[in-house]
Design a binder for this molecule. Structure first.
Ligand code: GLU
Length: 409
């Protein structure tokens, strides 16, 4: 099943409960604009390479479109469309005044030098600058991109349209970025993991956690969960996983990873492969890497009671069904990882007002929005006896649908 088919399946589950008409479903599902551009790049050795860049603008009923830019070899039109749709529901679920978009370039950033990365990012902006902007569509980091790429986007956009830092979020703090943006997705994941466990009387201090992925999201989620007293026992990155049933020393692991480039061979741990990590003996499993990792094949082996979707689209509908039957609670991506785009919103607000918030204010506002959205989703789930994902979609789709009708077609 393609990523877009998965996204559509989840949309339809909620639309069925809501009783939305076929015509309205089609209107809400159909993207406003899908752009595919050539990104030609002169490599350091003088060769010319040609890549494909995408930007999909799914919906703007509630405000300018918003979503990350992914640099990954598996980026394609289907995945970007699926992720753009998720952004529409995500921004609506946390009730920030945006629609949804997503972009990407099918490249492996690890294969590119810093100079090549800069040129490919600027070239992409050359191709799409007319369709993005602070009131149109605001890019941000996603897998394979970070503050440096956002700084290049801001600079290149400015060459066409003049100085306007609100044209992109996730920028370095030295260049109009928001304090707390880098940690925001991982912080939101940790805050909601604790909130979910509290609801089910499972104290965070007794929880054992396995995290797939130790990039921006996984590493900050691990840090915050560790600070909250959870025992993070298993972690993997692209080169493999590590396990210690007594719990990993996360601050030491972060230092180790930045010195060694991976978590491999961290002292006092056993190696653990990907399949073992997903089936680890833990209470909480957090996929925080790529999509489609929990499938019909491996969902039966998951031993966790809670799956927190820090990644986008990590669970296929087959796996989702199995989790539901096995009474494993899934906190869906559109809510679990919404902390990133929420602090992107704070950054955009600060840029527009030329007024900087301190870290405490960012964290307080983020925690409030995450908990408030979580409570709303939980209430819908309890009232209608439906899984959290369906409830989250109902909240998001309802808001987008009402804005669409009120604004007029
Ligand atoms: N890429 C992140 C996401 O999937 C953040 C998007 C943003 O900050 O606009 O939610």
């Amino acid at each position: 099943m393609s990523s877009y088919e998965t996204a559509t399946r989840y949309f339809e589950q909620a639309a069925n409960v809501m009783g939305i008409s076929p015509n309205m479903r089609k209107l809400l599902r159909t993207p406003q604009r899908e752009v595919k551009v050539q990104v030609a790049l002169e490599m350091d050795d003088g060769q010319v390479e040609t890549f494909i860049g995408y930007r999909v603008q799914h919906d703007n009923a509630r405000g300018p479109m918003k979503g990350g830019l992914r640099f990954h070899p598996e980026v394609d039109a289907d995945e970007v469309l699926a992720l753009a749709t998720l952004m529409t529901w995500k921004t609506a679920i946390v009730n920030i005044p945006y629609g949804g978009a997503k972009g990407g370039i099918s490249i492996n950033p690890r294969d590119l030098s810093p100079g090549e990365l800069e040129r490919v990012t600027r070239k992409f902006v050359d191709e799409i600058h007319d369709i993005i902007g602070p009131d149109k569509d605001i890019p941000a980091p996603d897998m394979g991109t970070g503050p440096q790429e956002m700084a290049w986007i801001m600079n290149q956009y400015g060459k066409y349209h003049g100085y306007n830092p609100a044209c992109v979020t996730g920028k370095p703090v030295e260049l109009h970025g928001a304090d707390g943006r880098n940690e925001a997705t991982g912080r939101g994941v940790a805050i909601l993991t604790k909130a979910l466990l509290d609801r089910y009387m499972a104290p965070i201090k007794e929880a054992r956690v396995a995290i797939q992925g130790f990039g921006n999201v996984g590493s900050f989620a691990a840090s915050f969960l560790h600070d909250m007293g959870a025992r993070v026992v298993a972690i993997s990155d692209v080169s493999g996983g590590i396990y210690n049933p007594e719990g990993l020393d996360i601050p030491a692991l972060l230092k180790y990873q930045s010195a060694n480039g991976s978590v491999q061979d961290f002292p006092e741990t056993e190696p653990m492969n990907n399949a073992e990590l997903l089936a680890a003996d833990v209470e909480v499993l957090i996929p925080a890497a790529i999509g489609n990792v929990l499938t019909g094949e491996n969902a039966g082996a998951v031993r966790a009671k809670f799956v927190i979707e820090a990644a986008n689209n990590p669970t296929t509908p087959e796996a989702d069904e199995i989790f539901h039957e096995r009474e494993i609670i899934v906190l869906p991506d559109v809510l679990a990882n919404a902390g990133g785009v929420t602090v992107s919103y704070f950054e955009w607000v600060q840029n527009r007002q030329h007024f900087r918030w301190d870290l405490q204010r960012v964290r307080d506002e983020l925690d409030r929005i995450m908990i408030d959205s979580f409570e709303k989703v939980l209430t819908i789930a309890r009232e209608k006896h439906i899984p959290l994902r369906v409830a989250a979609y109902i909240l998001g789709i309802g808001r987008v649908g009402r804005a669409t009708v009120l604004g007029g077609i």
